[in-house]
Structures are given as structure tokens and as C-alpha cells.
Design a protein around this ligand. Sequence first.
Ligand code: KIV
Length: 279
Amino acid sequence: MKNTVSTLLKQKQSGDKITMLTAYDYTIAKIMDECGVNSILVGDSLGMVMLGYENTLPVTMEDMIHHTAAVSRGAENAFVVADMPFMSYQVSVEQAVINAGRLIKEGGANAVKLEGGAEVCEQIKAIVDASIPVVAHLGLTPQSVNVFGGFKVQGKNIDRAKKLVEDAIKVQEAGACAVVLEGIPAKLADIITKKLFIPTIGIGASNGCDGQVLVYQDMLGMTIGHTAKFVKKFAEAGEVMREGITAYINETKSGAFPAPEHTYAIDDEVIAELEKEYE
Ligand code: KIV
């Protein structure tokens, strides 16, 4: 059964935790869908984990549409949320609605996600008025990395914490169907979760959130180098991949691969004739 905005809302009401993971291509989306994840986020984190950029800022609408369309083809049941990339919604409300529409029409997403609180509420309202569900994103919003001066935990002092609670209420009032809380203290995430009737999805927040999201390369142990404190490795897929690739290189070089069972047969008479002609 396809997960929808109402499924997620009902999960909050019943206390059934929402599972969300990022994906950026058909194969991974299909595997996640088969495992029963509630929602797949085509995050603009693809700029870093798929395209090798230093942060998410260079990601374009074309990048997002390309990857979202691939994920949508693999996600039969998961609710697909596509990130609106940096500068695709900040400039004007009209541009925000047009770009959100493209992620739905061309990317096949079920909802869009954008970063920010009070300052993007007009955009959220207009996109929702155009019948497109919006997931908000508060806290350590990666598109503001230059303002934060790095990827730093947000909402630690009283003013910042209050602003986050108020922003959460405002995005809910603007019509957001859920809110991602990233990189904020656990107890603050709990307060926001209790205050809202829409679900909160935590990443580096708290297990009191209504759901969790992680970047799949992080949680499967495929990330090269540093990962944030909040990342838990649920598998060592990176190691398994390295072993498989090394074995392929070794067996190809030694001639052990391909073995007879990996090759196609041909009738002996055909070969005999070929040999007569060419040998
Ligand atoms: O882009 C992304 O992957 C995200 C998650 C980390 C929430 O926004």
C-alpha cells in the first residue's frame, strides 16, 4: 500500500515510528521499498554523496529531477519526498511553486522538502495551495552552511531554541505535512514533537521524534571519511563492496573469471566449421 501524507499523520497519532531514508537511484529505491521503508527522501545531499561536491549548494533543479525520477520508478509504496535545491525557492514565491511543480510532474515525487522557518512560510503556503505536500526542514539546515559557519548543532541557547519552536509552529500553520529536525538537542526536539500535530522526522535530533531519517551511505557504512556523531552504521556495506570488487579484480586477472558457468555454449559442428575456415 502506498504511503501518503495521511499514513504519516496516522503514524504520529498511533505512535508507529516513521522510517525515512535517502535514496538517489532506482536500484536502491527498489531495495528500500521492498524492505518496507515508509518514505524515501531524494535529498540534495546527493550533491555530496553522489556528485562529490563539498556541500549541497551547487545542486541544480535538473540534478534533483533526474534523481527523483529514478527513485520514483523504484518506489512503489514509499512516500517520495524531493528536496528543493538551494535557490530554487528562496528568490520568489512564484519560482518556488513552479519548481515544486517540476519535482512532482517531471520527477514523480509525492511531496517536496524545503529548508527554513518563518522566512519560507509564504512559499510553503503557496506550494500547498497548489496541491503539493511540503515537508519543512529546521535546525542544522545544510543550505545555510555559510551562515552557520560549518555544520554545527543548532538551537543550543534560549533565543535560538525558542526561534526553532516558533518556526516549527509557523511551518505547521503554513500547511507543512511534516518537519525534519536536523542537528538540534534531543530535549528541544522532544518539545517540538509534543507541540506539533504534524510528524517530526529526526536526524541528529531525538528518538522522541515521530520518525527518523538517515543518509543511506552513512547508515550502510559506505561513507568515506568522517561521519556525524548522530550516524549509526547498521551494516558494513562499504567493506562488503570493497571485498567484492577486489575479488573481481583478482579473479579477472588470474583468468578464474569468467568460469564455464558464466559463458554461452555453441554447437560443436559450428565451431568445427569456423575452425576449418579461420585456423
Ligand atoms: O539532503 C538530505 O539528505 C537531507 C536529510 C539529511 C534530512 O535533507
